[in-house]
Design a binder for this molecule. Structure first.
Ligand SMILES: Cc1cc2nc3c(=O)[nH]c(=O)nc-3n(C[C@H](O)[C@H](O)[C@H](O)COP(=O)(O)O)c2cc1C
Length: 220
């Protein structure tokens, strides 16, 4: 069996949730990637400008592994700076590289500005070797319809303010604000507060099926 390590970066826990399950399923080691800066704003800005974030050095030697599996989210259609920083620093030590993103956008959004294909292409540019395989596990639809605005279109909210306040936004609980969900078909990232968080209770249906497919492929 291939000696494998699963490394992950997470902001809100989804990639950690999947990384832990995956490591257990394929009997791999598991390690968290941490950045020196903890500022989300800085990490987003770095991602936007295609810069890598500085990574806290790993205690392990990746050259001792046959395969490295890296997990992380997508932010605003970008390959995120913690993952870019990781591959820049440790890519040379990786023999067989698998990248998995647990992201908000689904298959129908994959080629949009916020879709995962863009990010896969960025990763392939950064690690230009035939031994890279990319998979997505989408959280779209997890926890019901209201969660499906995670990225790349789907539903959005029309909000109308009937009172004196200057305007209301989605999730505004004031009685003067009325929001209704509409199907937009446009590409919007959606409010981060709408994004589904994976839990044992919510881990079924499409997301679990996709996870099982990826596990099967990795076991081959
Ligand atoms: C600021 C922000 C921007 C996001 N942009 C995208 C995006 O462009 N495309 C996408 O598929 N998901 C997007 N997402 C959704 C995350 O990739 C998704 O929720 C992911 O599972 C979060 O992973 P984590 O919980 O491990 O941090 C975004 C999330 C945040 C917070």
């Amino acid at each position: 069996m291939k000696k494998t390590i699963v490394l992950y970066y997470t902001k809100t826990g989804n990639n950690q949730f999947v990384a832990k399950k995956l490591a257990k399923e394929i009997q791999a080691d598991l390690e968290l990637i941490e950045t020196k800066t903890k500022s989300f704003f800085s990490l987003i800005l770095l991602s936007w400008f295609k810069k890598g974030a500085k990574i806290i050095p790993l205690d392990i030697d990746l050259t001792t592994y046959d395969r490295v599996i890296l997990l992380g989210p997508i932010w605003m259609g970008n390959l995120i700076s913690p993952l870019r920083g990781f591959v820049k620093r440790y890519g040379k030590d990786i023999k067989d590289f698998v990248f998995i993103t647990v992201c908000g956008g689904g298959d129908e959004d994959k080629d949009s500005k916020y879709g995962f294909e863009n990010v896969f292409n960025e990763m392939r540019k950064l690690y230009p070797s035939p031994s890279i395989t990319c998979y997505e596990i989408s959280t779209k639809g997890v926890g019901g319809e209201s969660s499906s605005a995670a990225a790349g279109g789907g539903s959005s909210a029309e909000c109308t303010c009937t009172g004196s306040s200057s305007g209301c936004t989605r999730g505004d609980s004031s009685p003067e604000c009325t929001c209704s969900e509409t199907s937009s078909g446009t590409t919007s990232v959606g409010s981060p507060t709408d994004l589904p968080l994976l839990t044992e209770e919510l881990f079924h249906g499409d997301v679990k099926d996709r996870f099982d497919e990826v596990v099967e492929a990795l076991k081959k």
